[in-house]
Structures are given as C-alpha cells and as structure tokens.
Design a protein around this ligand. Structure first.
Ligand code: ATP
Ligand code: MG
Length: 564
C-alpha cells in the first residue's frame, strides 16, 4: 500500500495489509486516539493523531477519540475541550465516536470481579513500601504477597467493600495474580485497582476506587471494538500484560497493541507534565503561548494544520526512538505558508528616510503583486510619499564590504518603487543614533516602467510614513537552549529546572510599521513580510492595535542541509 503523496507504507500499514491477506481481520480496521485530559495536546500527539486517523482512513476503517480519564486527580474539562478543538483543527473527525474511559468504570469493575471469580485477582494489603520490596528487581525475582492465596469469596467481599468506601485511601489494592518471578516486572502481580478519594471530572464522587491504566486501557479498547491499539514504545514491556487482560476477561473482541517511536524534537521538551509546569510557573503566557510545542501554541504562532500533517507524514513511523530536527518542522510550515501567505511590506525597526527631491504633497499609488508565483492572487496599491521608513539595519554609516543596502553615496531599489541614492543622514551626536537618512530618487526608475531595467544590487522594503499602520510584533526563538534537552522523557525529570530555558525566547517589538493593506488584517491570517519572515495575526489583535507573531523566518537551513 502507498499512502498519500506516494509515501511508502509504514510498518503498521504493512502489518495490517498482511493480516488482511491472511484473512486474520474479521472486522474493519478500527483505531483510537486516547489522550489523557491532563494537559493540552502537543506536536508529539499530532504524530499519534495523524497515525491513528490516517491508518484507519487508509483501510476504510474508523478511528475513535477516547479520553483516557482514569486518573481523576490531574484531569480537567478544560483539557477535554481543548483536545477536541485541537484534533478538529488538525483536520480529523471522530464523527459520533467520542468516548471516555470513565464511561466504562462499571464494566471495568465487572471485569475485575470476573478476574476475582476465576482466581486471577486478589486484594492485597501490603503497604506501598512493602509492595516495592516484594516486587524484586530486574535481576531478582519478586516474592508473593502474603494475601495472594485469599479465597475467592474473601477477595470478592473485600473488593466490594473497597468500592463501598470502607477502607482508607491507599490501604489496599486489587492485584492480578500472574507471576512474581516473571522477568518482566509488569507481570509481577500488577495492581489493577487502587483506592483514591478524588473527585472525577465526569463521575464526580461516585467512585473511590479507580482502575490502573494497564487494566483500563486494553478493556476500553476491547469494549470499542478496536483492532489495532497503536501506542508509543514505552508500552512495549506492558504488552504482555495488555494481552493477559484481553485473554483472561470475557470480551467481545481481541485488540492488539502495536508500538511505534514517539516523536522527539530538537530544542523541545514535550511531556505534558513539563509543559504544565511552564504554564503554572508563569514561564510562558499559557498553554497557547506561541513558544510552546502545543498545538494551540503552534496555531497561535501561525502554524497551519496542513504543515503539521505534512510534517507528520514526512517523519514517518519507526520502531526505534530518534530525535527529529525542529528545522524540518519549520521547513514544512515555510513551504505551506509560501503558497498561502500574501506578500506585504512591514518595517520592524523603523528608520526615517526622506526623499529630498520628491514633492512633499504628493502621494503615488504603486502597484505591487500579492504573490510572485500566483498572479491570480492579484495586485495591491501602496502609497509612496516623500517620507518613508526603512529598517535601521538597512543603513550603515560605514558599510562593511558587500553591504548592498543603503550607505552614504550608495544606491538601492525600493521594492515596487524607485531607485534611490543616499545623499546625507542626520545623527544624534551624543548617542550615535541615526535619526534620518536623506536620499534622492530617480523618477525614471519606477518599477514596471520602461526604464526600470536599470539594475542595482540591493532591494529594500519600506513603508510610507504618512500612511503606515502601527503594529506590534513578536519574534520567537526556541524555548529550550539545548538541542536535545532529553531524548527519553522520564517522569522523574525535574520540570522546574529552568537553566535549560532560553532567556531570549521572545522579543517584543512595539514600534513596527506596516503598509496600509494590513489595517484590515484579521486574527489568524498569514502574511509574508518581505525579507522578515512569515507572520500571523494574533487573536488579541484589535483594529488599530495590530499584534503579529512571527511563525518562522525566511531562511531555510533545513532545506540547505537536506540538499548538501
Ligand atoms: P506526555 O508524556 O507528553 O504527557 P502522554 O503519552 O502521557 O504524553 P497521552 O495523553 O497519554 O499523553 O497521549 C495520548 C497518545 O499520544 C498516546 O497514545 C501516546 O502514546 C501518544 N503520544 C504522546 N506523546 C507522543 C509523542 N511525543 N510522539 C508520538 N505520540 C505521542
Ligand atoms: Mg499518558
């Protein structure tokens, strides 16, 4: 099978194709995306979403959205809502198949009773510390709990009393009876249920016992008729337990777990725990801060769903962990924005430029194309006046070699306008700040006119002083300094460690100026500012108070690296 864009089939698609050939699949392919609602989705989740939804779609199957909400203390409806919004925004549709693991609490409980009845689960009174000691190590087998041989009747009675709230939190657990000498620690009588008095965002205080992930997940998959339960590699060692649960409980179907390598990105940490810490500590301005690797952050930054889906397809699906260069993600959004973003001119750090020989009362409306590759996107008019602004960095008093911008005596072309020559400049002698640059223009060189063929080396962007629209701009850099903060995102990571944070991850420029076409810019719209990058209008923007985020600069180092 070949996916879209002729990308070769990944190993999961190959597994399914083989199963279909061998007649092993009796139902259609059915996958699920199972987020825990304890944070906002990040770019790593996008990989899983694309994989689950696209795999199902490729085989005319279905993909469910299921909230894995079995851990009440960290979960919240804010996350439930944001996750749905983000999956939809990415372009995927679960139709009427939105599920919650918490909706299965009663059935999961029944499955636990069934395991007790068949002698495969028992109530254990060991304290957490004792449990750990009994568990053994990778090199030593564990020891059986003294409670392991309780009778079915006693186990059932105790478990029912656990449910009824007769015991304090953490005083007892329900455990599977598997094998304390198994080489796989997950099989050493794992905990299935714990006592926890915590209000759940959906079931409130109805339950004081909650199933563990390793028990709830295979059951939820089976209840929904999932055929392929795709998850990340950390769960590989849990697969024997997954299979054990599926085998030991009477169930309508037998899903299989398949693991793939999670996405890791350079200069990025994406464990939700860590991201939450950044939000709670006020290091960032919320989950949708444009520096965050969350989908809501990327959206606000100006990333498009198309670019993210393209990225997820290009990185492929592998069986071993690796780290992807974040510049590849940037490359994908550049490609997409190159197609969709209208070109405009905006000056980020304005320097006044006066055209001495241009009439003070004159305004010319010059035509400029909205997109160099797509003439169908039309033209716009830009006012040209005696006073304009250029970038501070486009003028140098003492230019270095090959400075093809403005310097005393030097000529440049103003984009879509005229060739100008610098004749003078004024300067604050105390601070050394350049106050204004004086030029003359050559009326024969208007862009598009017969004489405009005269060539100069540099072309600058500019805006008319009289007609410019003020705007605020935010330029971003990576949040993390280290290229590979951590490859494995272990829960033990100390999230508060801020030494890894880039102190200059955002630069806020408040005195920028744009051409008048931007006066009407709506939140979410994308533009290319000539020479300055791709920008997206921030949701906080109001008429007269334009705020724009730089999605990405124009320089594509990834494309260069890929070529060389
Ligand atoms: P995190 O460690 O970031 O908190 P998680 O795995 O705990 O993530 P879940 O809400 O449980 O978050 O994840 C939902 C699904 O997304 C799971 O199937 C998980 O395997 C997958 N997923 C999470 N992070 C990544 C990632 N970096 N790359 C690919 N898939 C991921
Ligand atoms: Mg998780």
């Amino acid at each position: 099978m070949e996916g879209a864009n002729n990308i070769p089939a990944n190993f999961i698609e190959n597994i399914i194709t083989d199963e279909l050939k061998e007649g092993k699949l009796t139902t259609g392919v059915h996958t699920r995306f199972p987020p825990e609602p304890n944070g906002y989705l990040h770019i790593g989740h996008a990989k899983s979403i694309c994989l689950n939804f696209a795999t199902a779609k490729g085989f005319d199957g279905l993909c469910n959205l299921r909230f894995d909400d079995t851990n009440p203390s960290k979960e919240d409806t804010e996350y439930v809502d944001s996750i749905q919004e983000d999956v939809r925004w990415l372009g995927f549709d679960w139709a009427d198949r939105l599920f919650y693991a918490s909706d299965y609490f009663e059935r999961i409980y029944e499955a636990a009773e069934e395991l007790i009845q068949t002698g495969r689960a028992f109530v254990c009174d060991l304290t957490p510390a004792e449990m750990r000691a009994y568990r053994g190590t990778l090199t030593e087998p564990g020891r059986e709990s003294p409670d392991r041989n309780r009778s079915v009747a006693e186990n059932l009675a105790l478990f029912r009393r656990m449910r009824a709230g007769e015991f304090p939190d953490g005083s007892r657990v329900l455990r599977a009876k598997i094998d304390m000498s198994s080489a796989n620690l997950n099989m050493r009588d794992p905990v299935l249920y714990r006592i926890l008095r915590a209000s759940h965002h959906r079931t409130a205080d109805r339950w004081c016992i909650y199933p563990m992930y390793d028990f709830a997940h295979p059951l939820s998959d089976a209840f929904e008729g999932i055929t392929h339960s795709i998850c990340t590699l950390e769960f590989e060692d849990h697969r024997p337990l997954y299979d054990w649960v599926i085998e030991q409980v009477t169930l309508p179907c037998r899903p299989q777990q398949i693991e793939f390598a999670r996405l890791n990105l350079t200069n990025t940490l994406m464990s939700k725990r860590y991201l939450r810490q950044l939000v709670e500590d006020g290091v960032v301005d919320g989950w949708d801060d444009p520096r965050m690797p969350t989908l809501s952050g990327l959206r606000r930054r100006g990333y498009t769903p198309e670019a993210i889906r393209d990225f997820c397809q290009r990185i492929g699906v592998a069986k071993s962990n690796s780290i992807v260069d974040i510049q590849m993600l940037e490359h994908c959004v550049r490609e997409d924005l190159n197609r969709r973003a209208a070109r405009v001119m905006a000056v980020l750090r304005p320097l006044k430029l006066v055209i001495d020989n241009y009439p003070a009362d004159q305004t010319e409306w010059l035509e400029a194309e909205n997109h160099p590759e797509f003439p169908e996107l039309g033209m716009r008019s830009m006012p040209f006046t005696k006073e304009i602004y250029i970038e501070q960095e486009d003028f140098a008093e003492n230019p270095p070699k090959k400075f093809f911008r403005l310097a005393p005596g030097q000529e440049v072309r103003l984009k879509s306008a005229y060739i100008i020559r610098c004749v003078d400049y004024t300067k604050d002698e105390l601070t050394g700040e350049i106050l204004a640059v004086h030029c003359t223009y050559d009326p024969e060189t208007r862009s598009g006119s017969a004489n405009s063929a005269r060539k100069v080396k540099g072309t600058l962007h500019w805006v008319s002083a009289a007609q410019a629209v003020p705007l605020q701009v935010r330029l971003y850099d990576y949040l993390m300094l280290a290229e590979s903060p951590v490859l494995e995102q272990e829960p033990e990571d100390t999230p508060t460690e801020t030494t890894r944070l880039n102190p200059e991850s955002v630069q806020r420029l408040t005195d920028c100026l744009a051409e008048p076409a931007l006066a009407e810019a709506q939140p979410g719209r994308h533009y290319q500012f000539l020479r300055n990058g791709y920008f997206c209008v921030d949701p906080s923007s109001r008429p007269g108070q334009l705020v724009m985020n730089r999605t990405v600069s124009l320089r594509d180092s990834w494309a260069k690296m890929a070529k060389s």
